[in-house]
Design a protein around this ligand. Structure first.
Ligand SMILES: Cc1cc2nc3c(=O)[nH]c(=O)nc-3n(C[C@H](O)[C@H](O)[C@H](O)COP(=O)(O)OP(=O)(O)OC[C@H]3O[C@@H](n4cnc5c(N)ncnc54)[C@H](O)[C@@H]3O)c2cc1C
Length: 380
């Protein structure tokens, strides 16, 4: 039996995250967009109200969310601001490899430290010469006694200079290339780590990205996740889980732009009547509403597939990511269009939502790379 009604528990998650978004994210989003600083006050409040680290197990202080529940939360944050939302969700991205491969001892130690300090983590996969092509990674982690010595260069790392832990992907045997890719939980204050620069960017400006250099950084063996050579699988399994949440956040962003432009249009009079009486405008709004609904349904379907161990979850997760983020780009652009010159001004949030939408098409695998994942699976 298919049921599109949220359960009482799911409704409570939506209400809790919506309430937090209304009180903390919406009133502060333009400020953080302007100053482009990490919103520590909001992240600490998220800890106080338990709306962070939702997917971590309850026994370690998380909410034990499955992907569907994480998606409900991400959509509400996305409704407020995908930039502030990603400050929280990038930490989830960074900790997802621990959900996949950490031992209980590692979980207890790492989650305990992060929760106690109300800290965030960063996920360091991308390098200057390894963006879409993860196999181009050059960072190395060479074993020396009971430590690994990390050397290399990561780029575009969200939460980089505010993180407590950095989840680093590196080669333990450069001759074996990406077959030796391995995942490490690296303490961000380890000697030899330099934050080279922060990215100055178009949208999602509350979140910070760094170029990071690792020079002879010592990583204890007990901070390696899973076996040597398991890094590529960890990275791909991580994206299978997190792409659906990026898609959900994009649905939230699109919904917010739609709501704002619709309310404005109902009151904007031209040619003697509200512009919503013009079919050129009302059809645009109808298309926006339809596309949001369709994307949301695919997000739910992809999340359901993951949570119920369906074998096509990876394909559905990639589909939901590119459908929803392309949709958000279109809907936020149309929201600006519906509002004319007003939409382009900073007096309204839709221009920011449009700038924010662009980034969701690029990170967690560009939408071309996500199409590659889908096309490989439907053609095999
Ligand atoms: C703001 C921001 C935050 C980020 N956060 C993180 C983070 O926290 N951690 C992290 O590790 N990385 C992060 N990234 C990096 C992000 O994942 C990469 O930017 C992305 O994977 C693309 O890599 P690239 O920028 O090197 O582009 P390239 O790989 O150089 O791609 C350039 C263009 O070529 C296209 N292309 C490449 N390969 C193919 C292909 N096979 N088929 C078709 N088209 C292709 C791409 O789609 C794109 O249009 C972030 C990036 C940004 C901008």
């Amino acid at each position: 039996m298919i049921d599109f009604q949220l359960t009482k528990e799911h409704q409570e998650i939506v209400e809790k995250y919506r309430d937090f978004t209304e009180r903390w994210i919406v009133p502060n989003r333009m400020k953080y967009d302007e100053i482009a600083e990490f919103p520590w006050d909001i992240v600490k409040a998220a800890y106080d109200e338990k709306v962070i680290n939702g997917s971590l197990p309850v026994k370690y202080g998380g909410n034990g969310f499955n992907i569907f529940e994480s998606g409900l939360a991400s959509e509400e944050f996305g409704y407020g601001c995908t930039g502030i939302g990603i400050c929280i969700d990038a930490s989830t991205l960074a900790l997802t490899p621990t959900l996949i491969a950490a031992t209980e001892e590692q979980k207890k130690r790492i989650y305990g430290e992060i929760m106690e300090k109300k800290a965030v983590a960063a996920y360091a996969l991308t390098e200057p010469n390894a963006g879409s092509d993860v196999q181009g990674i050059k960072t190395t982690a060479i074993k020396k006694g009971d430590k690994y010595i990390l050397n290399g260069h990561k780029r575009f790392i969200t939460n980089g200079d505010v993180a407590e832990y950095i989840t680093v992907f590196a080669l333990v045997d450069p001759e074996r290339g990406s077959r030796s890719l391995t995942t490490f939980m690296v303490k961000a204050d380890s000697p030899g780590i330099t934050m080279v620069s922060r990215l100055n960017k178009m949208g999602q400006r509350a979140s910070v990205q760094n170029e990071i250099k690792f020079e002879d950084v010592e990583v204890p063996e007990e901070n390696r996740l899973g076996n040597e050579g398991y890094g590529f699988i960890i990275a791909m399994r991580t994206f299978d889980r997190t792409r659906t949440c990026v898609a959900a956040a994009a649905v939230g962003n699109a919904r917010a732009a739609f709501d704002h432009s619709r309310e404005w249009a109902k009151n904007r009079v031209q040619f003697g009547a509200p512009i919503t009486a013009l079919q050129g405008v009302s059809f645009m709004l109808a298309d926006m509403a339809t596309k949001i609904e369709a994307s949301k349904m695919l997000v739910w379907r992809a999340a359901w597939a993951y949570d119920n161990n369906q074998k096509d979850f990876s394909k559905l997760s990639a589909m939901s990511k590119y459908l929803a983020t392309d949709m958000a780009m279109k809907v936020t652009t149309d929201a600006v269009q519906v509002m004319g010159g007003e939409g382009y001004s900073k007096d309204h949030p839709v221009e920011k939502m449009m700038r924010d939408a662009k980034l969701s098409q690029i990170y967690e695998g560009t939408n071309q790379v996500n199409r590659l994942v889908v096309s490989k699976q439907i053609l095999k």
